[in-house]
Design a protein around this ligand. Sequence first.
Ligand SMILES: NC(=O)c1ccc[n+]([C@@H]2O[C@H](COP(=O)([O-])OP(=O)(O)OC[C@H]3O[C@@H](n4cnc5c(N)ncnc54)[C@H](OP(=O)(O)O)[C@@H]3O)[C@@H](O)[C@H]2O)c1
Length: 260
Amino acid sequence: MSSKPISVLITGANRGLGLEMVKQMVDTQSPLTPLSVLFACCRDPDGPRAEELRALAKKHPDIIKVICMDTADRSSIRQSAEQVGSLLGEKGLNLVINNAAILINSTLVDSTPEDMAKTFNTNVIGPMSVIQEFLPYLRAAAKNSEVPGMSCRKAAVVNMSSIIGSIENIQAIQKYLTAVPYRISKAALNMLNACAAFEFQKEEILFTVLHPGWVRTAMGTAYAPIDREESIQGVLQVINSMSEKHHGVLTDYKGQTINW
Ligand SMILES: NC(=O)c1ccc[n+]([C@@H]2O[C@H](COP(=O)([O-])OP(=O)(O)OC[C@H]3O[C@@H](n4cnc5c(N)ncnc54)[C@H](OP(=O)(O)O)[C@@H]3O)[C@@H](O)[C@H]2O)c1
């Protein structure tokens, strides 16, 4: 029996891991096929940093819809939710990937209140606002599904976090990177996910956290051991295999559970 087409939304889809997700998802070999629509969100869809995304959207006009969304700006998130809602119809939205984030690499001594506020605004308040604004469409998808349980084909939010937000792993990681505002923001994102997992359990909307590995992107730097293709191949397989076992859990791109 073939799977029903699913609708997906990705934030920060114009470069790095977000763009790689878009690339791999429109490939017919992707584990997440078939797609009905892929909302590729970015804050400057007409600017030079979205050139590759625009070219990809031109190649797949029936699937990729480029949407303007600044995840540090609540009114921009609300406007994009209205736009997405008008394109979606009644079936709702199956999968939201909160991917956009920033990293300020400062120590505790160097971190300013502005660094912290900016990082929290994008990495924590952004994903929270996305969850809130897109909740009606996730709820519609969960209600419309005839399948019991949880999955990304029903209604799910994947929050892209990082092992470096793990308090338990601090000893192992501190020597490579300080990035205090970023690490605190990812620990907070993990808690946001835990709260959402608790609150939406009964509605069978899956909330999960993923660590994509240390990857060669602008954020991950050229020193990272793995490339985008490898990371996202793993990420998409993990997302596709998710069930209620992943609800409220932090997993890496290989499907291994990570301690908080
Ligand atoms: N790379 C790694 O090694 C690694 C490891 C662990 C976790 N992660 C996580 O994986 C995700 C993707 O990381 P990446 O490596 O792809 O980072 P990246 O190359 O720096 O890309 C970040 C993306 O987020 C977007 N973004 C930032 N602020 C935004 C805002 N206010 N509104 C909309 N978009 C915004 C950027 O768009 P602009 O072009 O407009 O700036 C860009 O598309 C992040 O959540 C990151 O924390 C990455």
